[in-house]
Design a protein around this ligand. Sequence first.
Ligand code: AHR
Length: 362
Amino acid sequence: MPGSNRAHVRAQHPDVPNFDWRSLLKVVSTGPSTTTCNRMKSYQLPIISSFKTLFTLLFAVTIGIAAQGADKKIVVGFSQIGAESGWRTANTESIKSEAAKRGIELKFADAQQKQENQIKALRSFVAQGVDVIAFSPVVETGWESVLREIKRAGIPVVLSDRAVAVTDKSLYVTFIGSDFVEEGRRAAEWLAKASGGKAAIAELVGTPGSAPAIDRKKGFEEVLRKYPDMKIIKSQSGDFTRAKGKEVMETFLKSPEAKQINALFAHNDDMALGAIQAMEEAGVKPGKDILIVSIDGVRGAFEAMAAGKLNCTVECNPLIGPQLFDAVDAILAKKTLLKRTAVQEGVYEQSQAAAELPNRKY
Ligand code: AHR
């Protein structure tokens, strides 16, 4: 305060002790010097000492909060679909191990293939106040209302592996996953080449309403339109599981069209592996009597290819834990993310199986 103002205030309030703020700050930060102590008048001491206490407290609280912030673990809630396939098990492992590696606290919930369980888990993550919510939606639709609740709570959402069908794209920050339509196209292109463009196809569809089931079918049929002699003659869901894939293939092999079937398109390897079992039990040679193409690229598929029972697998990479937590870090650092991050994948045939097997990580 300039000297003239200070004199004016002193004149108006003669009862208020005359503070020297620079001395006071020095006292708070270094403790009172001998000269400062000597200069203190008896009426100033209680006030100075309460200001000192207040400043010290504020200082301690600020430091405490900062230290707590630095130590605070990032908490991520992840709702997984279930454990329906080898792919899913590898995906879960990739997410859990990456969280542990980065010291992130992961609240993991297994929905056992049920959307209602996923919605419950998402709401419980909101109640627990996690920093980020990630999930792999079992089906595409029916998420709008819970996603709006999460948005109102101010928690960012990352979609992992599967997308949702929502009109308001601001309900999630980013989607990390494979291009399922392209996977379907790749499977059909391979089959067109291997069958010379002539095939009576049985199709094992994934979980009804799920993004991979919808998109893989779409991509596969898109390519089929170029080949008039390639037709899907049987199609049913095997729910992405080996047991269901086997069961449905058994019914295909007992149907009136059984004799015509010379190709199988399975939306994932697990269903193809179940179907192989059904074929063997029915005396049909998998990979020879019936050409088989499936999707995922799990170790079991490579083993079946090396044994000549499966003809082709289109890769769908489940090891997306590192990309998922890179996205979490970027969100918390307030960086802008792409709305969609695709995963790089290949196509493998029987001739490559033996050489590729030792490299398979899932
Ligand atoms: O969403 C990816 C798909 O889900 C995989 O192809 C399948 O195996 C899994 O269950």
